[in-house]
Structures are given as structure tokens and as C-alpha cells.
Design a protein around this ligand. Structure first.
Ligand SMILES: C=C(O[C@H]1C=CC=C(C(=O)O)[C@@H]1O)C(=O)O
Length: 476
């Protein structure tokens, strides 16, 4: 792999310009340097270097594996301090950072290269203090130090360096260049991934299951009193392993097993939030906006005929269609507010994943001037696929009835690049990994004619992707 001297000189010059600009303007400057490097695979990049960046790394793979982004280290971090203005604050901070950056990108038409902000927001704006989510709090975003983007069969390497008004010493610059070369040499294609040891079988702790069914029953009672129309209630499942969980192996299993899902992983200190979700919240490509209504579910059939029957039944099932329609109405309304024009399918289609079928209605639009991806996230989250209808009543029911703290589960997670394109998904089919423990989450849309026992069975199906990837297949 060519880690060339020419690049080193260019980077050094760029850092010096960054330091000068930072000094002159008395604010931090991000210097971003993009190279096209054949043969670096985003996953390979993560697994070869993760031991040196255990506290800050992320991985993203879209549902068609068209775009893979992997990041290591944090050039800068944005924490959410003011929960009420979280979308606006992150958006403004990002805008400012981009305006103040120096970017050397010979490939300006390529999405997801150069400075990229990756991260997520917690599901609820009212978060109880919880030990489980101590490393994520209300959400976290960071610009990686090193990043690989795989798109359209090409590989790009981005390096982001923060220059402060205090300047940078010669040794620091040398150190940065050394680190870059080390990482690139490590990421060599011959360095094939191997699971270190087979994961031990976990002890799966299914606590509060009958209590959860009771809570769902109580919620249905309230829905029947017209308190709300729909609420999504979730439960947690704890897995305890003998040894520390191999996160790279888990990521690899999700990639192998959940072919048409978005695969995401976000590490903050010793914790990793990871999952394989089928659900896009919003994607921005210039002014083109895409969202997806994904709600209403049926398990896969055991035979092909059975599977076809399941799909047909789902497409005609009143309860599921009703549950789905709340999501369609809400996303359509949000798009009508933020877009100049919109289009959507007239009736739901089927989206099929390894374990489950969903009702699915894509929605598209052309954004009004100056609308950022964060404006869309703010308006869309939480859709009734994750919260309920009406939103605020549903949120209160979730706070009252759920038996765990959602944290980042079901929240928006994703990325935005320096040209303000990006994508956010809803972080379901997910879990939090800490040392030997995994906490998984799964929920269901509850409406007036829901059956609590059937909803419980549906959560089992939704736990399967994470359970299988972790080797704890109690619900197969
Ligand atoms: C809340 C979850 O799923 C949502 C997304 C798709 C279908 C759903 C449903 O059919 O209930 C849920 O609304 C979850 O998987 O944890």
C-alpha cells in the first residue's frame, strides 16, 4: 500500500496552514485530508486497528452495502448538553466547524469523505440517570481522526486533525504522520479477519417477562379509554458471557447474517452500542430526501409457501395496517412541512429481513431551501414506529410503563458529511455491550386490538438478530 512521501509533505503543509488560521482567528480549525487508497476495506480497517482506539470507533454500513464508513479516534467530540435544543445545537456546531475547516479533498462529488460527523441522539429528551447509558448520556457525536469510506467499489481514507490557537509542536506533527502510516500499514488487505476465540455461550437472563405482558395489558386498557391511539413498548434482555465480548466478531456476524439491514456500531469509552436495523429515518442527497415507514410485523414462514402466506396475511391484516398508517401519516406530514414536493407509495409493500417481514412505505421529497438533515431528524423523531400517537402522550406512557431506560435504543443514529449530506436510521434490533455483558432491546407497536401475549412473541423475533450474532439463540 502506498503511504507515500508526497502525501506526508502535503499533510504537513496543510497542518501548518491550519495552525496559522487557528492562531489568526483564535478558534479551532479542522484540517481534513482525503486520499483515494485502493483496497482498504472499512471493516478490515476497524478490526486491524481497534485495539489502538478502543474508546472511540464507529462503523456504518447501509442496507444495500453501497456505503461503508469506519472511523477511529475522535478529532473532536460534541456532547449534548442542552437537551431541549439538541438538534439545533449539533447542527449549528457542525455548520460552524465545517465553515472553519481546511479541507483537501480531490473527490468533492463523493459522499461520506472528508470531515464526517458520526453519532446519535438518545430516544427521549427526558432521560433518567442510568448506569447503563452513562457513556452515552443524551447522545454523542464525533469527528473521527481516521476514517475509511467504501463507496462504488472505491476506497477513500480521510484524516482529520484539530489545530488549536495554541499551535502544534514539530514532534506532534511527526507523531500524527507516524500514526497515519502505522494505521495504513495495519489495514493491509492481507490482514484477514479471524475470530480470536469462539465466543462462549452466554447466560441469557429473561427478567420481568410476565411483568412486561402486564404492562402491555395496562397500556391497551388506556388505549381503549382513548388515552392514545398507539404506543410502542419495549423490553430488555441481559446476556452474560464468561469472557469479554469480541465486538469485532459480533460486528462481523451482523454483517454476515443481516444482509439487508443497516449495520451500525458506536463506541464511547468502554461501551459499544451496536445493531442491525431495517429502518431508515432520513437520508439527504443534496436536496433529495428519503424516509421510510416501517411498522407492522410478521415472522418469516418455515417454508416458501408459508412465507408467502405470511406476507399476504400481513398486507391484509387490519391491526398491522392501522399500526402502519399512523407512521405513514406522521412522516408524510413532516415531509410536507419541510419539503417543496413529496411522493410516496399508495399502499404498503413488504420488507423482508432474515427473521421478520415488515410493512414498508417509502416516502421521498425535495427539501426546502436551507433545511438540514437535523431539521428532518427533529421533525421526524420519534415516529409512531418507535414512540406512538399522539407523540407526547405515547412518550409519557413509555416512561411510565417500560421497565428499563431506553437511552440510545430506538433513537436516531447516523452521520452527516461536510456538504451536509447524510443518513440517520432508528437504532432498533440493537444492544449495549460492556465487557462481558450485553443488554438487548426489542419493542412492538401496541394498538387497541393488540394481544399482549402475541406482542411478547413478536419481541422474541425482534431479539433474534442480536441473539444469533452473539450466539445466544434462545428464541430460534
Ligand atoms: C420497536 C421495534 O420495532 C418497530 C419497528 C418496526 C416494526 C415494529 C412493529 O411492527 O411493532 C415496531 O414499530 C423494535 O424492533 O424494537
Amino acid at each position: 500500500m502506498n503511504v507515500g512521501i508526497k502525501h506526508m509533505i502535503n499533510i504537513e503543509n496543510l497542518i501548518n496552514s491550519g495552525v496559522e488560521k487557528a492562531r489568526k482567528n483564535k478558534h479551532d480549525v479542522i484540517v481534513s485530508y482525503v486520499e483515494k487508497l485502493d483496497g482498504i476495506d472499512a471493516f478490515q480497517f476497524i478490526h486491524s486497528n481497534i485495539d489502538h482506539f478502543v474508546n472511540e470507533n464507529f462503523y456504518w454500513q447501509d442496507a444495500h452495502s453501497n456505503l461503508l464508513i469506519a472511523g477511529l479516534g475522535a478529532a473532536m467530540t460534541m456532547n449534548i448538553t442542552d437537551i431541549n435544543n439538541r438538534y439545533e445545537n449539533i447542527s449549528e456546531e457542525w455548520q460552524l466547524l465545517v465553515e472553519r475547516s481546511i479541507i483537501n479533498n480531490p473527490y468533492p462529488k463523493v459522499t461520506g469523505v472528508g470531515p464526517v460527523l458520526f453519532g446519535g441522539f438518545s430516544f427521549d429528551y427526558v432521560n433518567k440517570e442510568s448506569n447503563l447509558w452513562k457513556n452515552f448520556s443524551h447522545g454523542i457525536f464525533y469527528v473521527p481522526k481516521y476514517m475509511v469510506t467504501n463507496v462504488n467499489s472505491q476506497s477513500y481514507f480521510t484524516m482529520n486533525i484539530i489545530c488549536t490557537p495554541d499551535g502544534m509542536r514539530e514532534e506532534d506533527i511527526e507523531q500524527i504522520l507516524k500514526e497515519r502510516n502505522f494505521i495504513l500499514q495495519n489495514s493491509n488487505v492481507n490482514n484477514k479477519f479471524q475470530v480470536k476465540e469462539k465466543m462462549s455461550l452466554p447466560n441469557v437472563i429473561e427478567k420481568n417477562s410476565s411483568l412486561w405482558v402486564q404492562q402491555v395489558r395496562k397500556a391497551i386498557h388506556l388505549l381503549n379509554q382513548e388515552y392514545a391511539k398507539k404506543v410502542v413498548l419495549a423490553r430488555d434482555l441481559h446476556l452474560l458471557f464468561e469472557n469479554e465480548i469480541d465486538r469485532v466478531a459480533l460486528l462481523q456476524n451482523l454483517r454476515d447474517q443481516q444482509k439487508n439491514s443497516y449495520i451500525f456500531s458506536l463506541t464511547s469509552n468502554e461501551d459499544c452500542f451496536i445493531g442491525a436495523t431495517p429502518e431508515r429515518l432520513v437520508k439527504k442527497e443534496g436536496k433529495r430526501m428519503f424516509s421510510a415507514c416501517v411498522a407492522g410485523s410478521a415472522p418469516r414462514g418455515k417454508t416458501e409457501d408459508d412465507d408467502e402466506r405470511m406476507k399476504k396475511e400481513l398486507l391484509n391484516d387490519e391491526k398491522n395496517l392501522g399500526e402502519h398508517q399512523f407512521v405513514v401519516d406522521m412522516i408524510t406530514e413532516a415531509f410536507q412541512q419541510l419539503c417543496e414536493s413529496i411522493s410516496k407509495a399508495h399502499s404498503p409493500q413488504i420488507m423482508t429481513n432474515k427473521d421478520i417481514h415488515h410493512l414498508y412505505t417509502p416516502v421521498e421529497g425535495w427539501a426546502k431551501d436551507k433545511k438540514s438533515i437535523f431539521d428532518f431528524v427533529k421533525e421526524l423523531h420519534p415516529t409512531p414506529a418507535l414512540g406512538g400517537t399522539p407523540t407526547e402522550v405515547a412518550l409519557q406512557m413509555i416512561r411510565d410503563f417500560e421497565l428499563f431506560e431506553r437511552g440510545m435504543y430506538a433513537g436516531p443514529i447516523g452521520w452527516v458529511d461536510y456538504r451536509h449530506n447524510g443518513e440517520f436510521v432508528v437504532a432498533i434490533r440493537s444492544g449495549l455491550i460492556r465487557d462481558r455483558e450485553a443488554v438487548l432491546f426489542a419493542g412492538c407497536g401496541i394498538v387497541r386490538d393488540s394481544n399482549p401475549e402475541k406482542e411478547f412473541v413478536e419481541t422474541k423475533v425482534k431479539f433474534r438478530p442480536m441473539l444469533r450474532a452473539l450466539g445466544g439463540n434462545i428464541y430460534e
